[in-house]
Structure formats: C-alpha cells, structure tokens
Design a protein around this ligand. Structure first.
Ligand code: TXA
Ligand code: MG
Length: 323
C-alpha cells in the first residue's frame, strides 16, 4: 500500500468514513485514527501497529459536551478538570456506556476520552459523526511520532494517509487520570502535571505509577516508548566513567558533558525550560537511536512539572532490549 502525506482534512474524513485508518496530528503526538464505533475499522489500527489486543484505545472527541454519550457517572472533579484542560493533553478514564465497542476498551469497564487541542484534529473531529479511536501512530513498543515524517518511518506502506499538521507542540503523550472513590489517580504522566491537577481541584492526585503490570493500566507496560539501543538513566558523569571506551549518545536537560562527543550530545533545553525539553525528547531518542552508538545515556530530570513525564518516559525506555 502506498502511504501519502498531505494536509487535506476532507480526504482524511472520507477515508475515515469508509472505515480506513488515517494518521492524524494532535498537540501531544501523532495518532493512528479510525471510526471508534466501527469494530472492523478499529481492528485495522491494531493490525497496522502490531498492537496487542489487550491494550485499549483512547476515544477522541470534538468537545467535552459529548463525554456523556460514551461515559456515565462523570464526577464533578472530572468536569472541573475538563473545563480547565480540555481541549488539551488530558485523558479521562470514565465508566463506559454500552455503545463503546469492546475492541476499543479491550473489555474494560472504563473508556478513555480526550479532546485534542490541535486545530487540524478539532476540525476533522467536528466534521465527523463518530469519535476517533487513536493510539500513538508508531509500531507498538517504539517511541511515539511527533512529526508526519516519524509516522512515515514507522508505518509507511501499512496505512493509506498521514494528515500532516506540523510538529507536535507538546511532544509527549497526554496525562491519563481516573477517579476511583472520589480520588484522582494519575495513570500516565503528561503535559498536564500533578501540580496543575492539584491547583484546579484542590486535591492531590494519587499515583498509579510503578504498578507496571497492573491489568487496569496496560500503558504502563515496560515495553512502551523504547528505542532499540540500550538506554541507561542516572548520573551521567558516573555512567560515562562506567562505560568509558564505548560510543555513547547523551540526552541531557541544559548542559553538555565534556567527556561526551559534541555531535552525540543532545541537549533538550539550554535555557532550562521543561516544556521545551519535553517537546524535543522523542526526536532526541530517535536521533540517538539512529546514531552509530553502543548505548544511550540520559540524565534524571528535575522532579517537578513536565519533569515527571520526561523521567517516566526515559525510565521506561531504559529497561528494554528489543530483539
Ligand atoms: O496523547 C495521547 O494520549 C495520544 C494521542 C494520539 O491522543 N494517544 C496515545 O495513545 O498515547 P496510546 O494508545 O499510545 O496510549 C494510551 C494509553 C494506553 O497505554 C492504554 O493502555 C491506556 O491509554 N488506556 C486506553 N484506554 C484505557 C482504558 N479503558 N483503561 C485503561 N487504560 C486505558
Ligand atoms: Mg502509545
């Protein structure tokens, strides 16, 4: 199959209406979208990505007013958060209604809902009579795409169309929250930070992080977000000493390290801005992965704001040695 890249929202819509998959831009990462109410269309997403069928998908909607169509028992804190951060990089796990196909939720009683903040995604969604199921548009297990070119590298030949909306402005996946017993639980760190959530709801969110194999959080599988080359995260000076003599790429926040080669030193934000660092993270992982190196070393980022999400993605990337 030939994969075309373009900016034709009408063409993307007509492919989606007839049950095809289309890669779409969002502010976080590119998604691989299909009609969420058509199980055959959704199946094509799993096939194109080689995604395990037990890993459920996020439903993308044009506005929070339609949450009620697919979810029930929506708590007040959810509404507060939706008013503050939707459209935006926040995904809500809510009790599903029966019209959401099983293949979307992988059998879970919860459905994941999100309103993306990208103008192209919003225009596309507003013109459709159905929500879009969309995981990140990468082969299952690899780093998520933040440009149309990344999607082509990973899924070229497997999907008909990539709707190009430019580079993603957030650069890592949405924050995922659920509301067990009136609490707020973070299932995945993202651009909406724990600090943001607490400020709006006056409630400190609880972490579901660390339960890496919890059945209700398949996104926590260690095999997510991983480059092919081994990645070690920690004190980079120490790691450079430990791996002396090997070719390394270094991913750091503000500064280069003297012992690392300048062209393999990937500084994410010389000015020390965690938003900028997040935006550059996945490109840096790809650049390091494609360089002629034995391994990738990465700093631990400050544990605040976007630093939670950056550290989460890096720490999951470090465990995996894919074959
Ligand atoms: O920013 C994002 O969220 C991007 C863009 C395209 O919207 N999407 C994304 O999708 O990152 P994906 O599938 O790569 O990650 C979604 C995560 C998965 O780890 C999945 O396990 C979890 O959300 N998830 C989805 N539905 C769920 C459900 N019903 N219960 C528990 N976890 C769910
Ligand atoms: Mg993904």
């Amino acid at each position: 199959m030939e994969t075309l890249i373009g900016t034709d929202i009408g063409h993307a819509a007509s492919l989606l209406r007839r049950g095809d998959v289309v890669a779409i831009p969002t502010e976080t990462v590119y998604g691989l979208a299909a009609n969420a109410l058509d199980p055959d269309a959704v199946l094509r997403i799993y096939e194109a990505k080689h995604r395990p069928r037990f890993n459920p998908l996020i439903l993308h909607l044009p506005s929070a007013e339609s949450f009620n169509l697919y979810a029930r028992d929506i708590p007040e804190v959810c509404q507060l958060l939706a008013e503050a951060f939707s459209p935006g990089p926040l995904t809500f796990l809510l009790p599903r209604r029966a019209n959401v196909p099983d293949i979307v939720t992988a059998g879970s009683d919860l459905v994941a809902l999100r309103i993306p903040r990208h103008p192209v995604a919003l225009e596309l969604l507003s013109g459709l009579s159905f929500p879009l199921a969309a995981p990140s548009a990468n082969p299952s297990g690899y780093v998520s795409p933040v440009t149309a070119g990344h999607v082509l590298q990973g899924l070229g030949g497997r999907i008909p169309y990539i709707l190009d909306g430019g580079p993603c402005t957030v650069g890592l996946e949405s924050t995922i929250v659920s509301f067990p017993d009136g609490n707020i639980r973070i299932h995945r760190y993202g651009a909406v930070t724990p600090e943001d959530i607490e400020r709006v709801t006056r409630k400190a969110p609880v972490e579901a992080i660390g339960q890496q194999n919890a059945p209700d959080a398949p996104g926590q599988l260690k095999s997510h977000y991983a480059p092919v080359r081994p990645l070690y995260m920690g004190d980079v000076r120490t790691l450079l000493r430990q791996h002396a003599g090997r070719r390394v790429a270094v991913i750091s926040f503000r500064h280069r390290y003297e012992d690392a080669e300048p062209d393999l030193s990937l500084v994410l934000s010389p000015g020390g801005d965690l938003h900028e660092a997040a935006r550059h993270l996945f490109q840096a992982l790809r650049t390091a992965d494609q360089a002629d190196v034995d391994l990738i070393l990465a700093e631990v980022f400050p544990p605040e704001g976007l630093g939670w999400a950056i550290n989460d993605r890096l720490s999951r990337a470090q465990f995996v040695h894919r074959t």
